[in-house]
Ligand binder design. Structure first.
Ligand SMILES: [Zn+2]
Length: 101
């Protein structure tokens, strides 16, 4: 998956920004890394926004990638626990859908 890493500090993100929000001087450069990671935290969504009401309840997890110091917010295909190994299933309309390994 594509991430954006700062060329002057350790900041990394899955979303592109004009300049680094951490050091404010660095430029973000594209890097390809494995989407595999570990569940850092998660929350179950019971009351969903209208566009997701038909799939509620569902789980949103914050995933720490294995290969980069970057966390990804993703929708899970089922329940997870902190520490679970997960991998990218697909990207749907800009949203990351992850699945347990
Ligand atoms: Zn920076």
């Amino acid at each position: 998956m594509r991430i954006f890493k700062c060329n002057s500090c350790d900041y990394g993100s899955v979303s592109s920004k004009y300049t680094c929000p951490a050091c404010r001087t660095g430029k973000l450069e594209v890097e390809e890394v494995s989407p595999k990671g570990m569940v850092f935290s998660f929350t179950d969504i019971h009351i969903a926004p209208a566009e997701f009401a038909d799939i509620a309840p569902y789980t949103i997890a914050l995933i720490q990638l294995d290969d980069a110091d970057v966390k990804v917010t993703a929708r899970m295909d089922g329940p997870v626990q902190i520490g679970d190994e997960v991998n990218l299933d697909k990207i749907d309309g800009g949203a990351f859908l992850y699945t347990k390994i």
